[in-house]
Write a new protein. Structure first.
Length: 246
């Protein structure tokens, strides 16, 4: 992984982080809960939104959704910064960190493919709020709560990106990667907010995508893990970065 120079979305690491966030949204423990989160943070029921004029309520849902997105993005980016700082502090052991991280990525990939079971990841740990705090700051706090929830779906994907961030000596890399991970998770969430009145029918029609999102993540992380262990990650990411750069 490059440790100097400006970072860009053309980097393979950036594409992996963004894709992981996108696929995390379509995971079985996130996608079915999106309507509930939208209702919870906005205080608007689906029936109210459907019957009482779309423009007014769409604005309320969108503003609260943005606050929610900023909440979980704040936590993810902070974790990315911490991971990169740790990687820089342990830069003398970078080769070992990369190989150990690669092995961990392979294990997480096998978990996603249901080849192995990891009981600790099967236990859902979520902070449940009985009542939403008032206002936009309340939606921001709900976003923070969401990000602190450790579920079988988001936890391994987030951990994988943090592992990748920890292998870089560039502190900015963690902010960059977790920012892109958050963006990948945030974009479909905001689209869902805009399509709130059609969301239930869309979930019924395209909900099967959840079966494939985890499999794709599993294959992706196994490939990255093998590249880490074999020390070919820098070579492959560099060549792909050159091909994608303008």
């Amino acid at each position: 992984m490059s440790t100097s120079g400006p970072v860009s979305f053309a980097d393979l690491t950036g594409i992996v982080a963004f894709t992981s966030g996108l696929l995390s949204f379509f995971s079985p423990c996130v996608l079915p809960m999106v309507p509930s989160y939208l209702i919870f943070i906005s205080g608007i029921t689906f029936d109210d939104y459907k019957e009482l004029g779309h423009s007014k309520y769409r604005g309320i849902v969108l503003v609260h959704s943005l606050a929610f997105v900023l909440g979980f993005s704040f936590v993810f980016v902070t974790l990315g910064l911490s991971s990169s700082v740790l990687g820089k502090f342990l830069s003398n052991y970078q080769t070992y960190i990369t190989r150990i991280g690669g092995l961990m990525l392979i294990v997480l990939g096998l978990y996603y493919l249901n080849v192995i079971r990891i009981p600790a990841l099967d236990r859902e740990k979520v902070i449940h709020l009985q009542r939403k705090p008032v206002g936009l700051f309340g939606s921001f706090l709900v976003g923070i709560t969401f990000s602190l929830g450790w579920t079988p779906c988001i936890g391994p994907a987030l951990s994988s990106i943090l592992i990748i961030a920890s292998t870089s000596e560039n502190v900015r890399e963690g902010v960059y990667l977790l920012g892109l991970y958050s963006l990948g998770l945030a974009i479909p969430f905001m689209i869902a907010a805009m399509l709130f009145n059609h969301l239930f029918s869309l979930l019924l029609r395209y909900g099967a995508i959840m079966r494939y999102s985890m499999k794709i993540l599993g294959v992706l992380f196994i490939c990255i893990g093998l590249l880490f262990v074999s020390s070919y990650w820098v070579v492959v990411s560099g060549r792909i970065g050159q091909m994608l750069s303008p």
